[in-house]
Design a protein around this ligand. Sequence first.
Ligand code: URA
Length: 276
Amino acid sequence: MDRDSLKRHLEFYRDLGIRQLNIPAAPVCTGKPAGESPVAARSQPVQPPGPQTVRTAPAVATPPATPPVIVPPTNPMPTLLPVAPPDDSLQKIHEDIGDCRRCRLCEQRNKIVFGSGNPEARLVFVGEGPGADEDATGLPFVGRAGQLLTQMINGTAAKEGLAIRREDVYICNVVKCRPPENRTPLPDEMEICGQFLFRQLLVIRPKAICVLGGTAAKALLGTREGITKLRGNWQNWHGIQVMPTYHPSYLLRPYSQDAKRESWLDLKKVLHHVFD
Ligand code: URA
């Protein structure tokens, strides 16, 4: 991470009210430019920084005491640890987001889409970002893709004999404001908003997270691997199991018959893992 990016991160954490950061003793250096950075925490299990075990963040210009560990580029994404203030809660995260102006997505949004569902859910679905219907209502996944997601959750659960409905899970997105023309969120937008997503996930601490589509997979797993390769295989984010699958809006396309079948298989796997 270059000096400007580091400065931006530190300012961002300061704006969140975080005065101290838990800096790992041996910082990980991937040797990649910060411009390529999405939200990306590493997909290997890493203990989130305990709010009580903080150390003072070093001054920006101070070189690290221990030499950086150079990690071979098997996972080429630079990492960003989730940082949660002590006694965090969904309400506090919502308040911290406030009338957010931290990135350009605020310019055209109508409503911030925080997330909805059971705050103690054992399963969380993470999408990419709000579309037009979500931007209008302030609720995630209420448009066509959302209706399909609801149908998939309710339908699969019923078919599998599990007493689970959409209201029992929690649903949120990587970015909380609608990207113009529904474009893919940019790395800096994902990085800024991603900290709020990380905090939501750390507060809820579900048994599993289902990431919907490549953007959500990249945000959590820090991988450049496409969703077609990732889907159906369990991953790990800070000790929570993560199942990547296709985004429901992809399934709405007429040529995605195979993807539909695979998505139902993935969802079945997740629901049984969490609710059996
Ligand atoms: N697509 C998403 O990724 N999220 C939503 O909330 C709606 C559509």
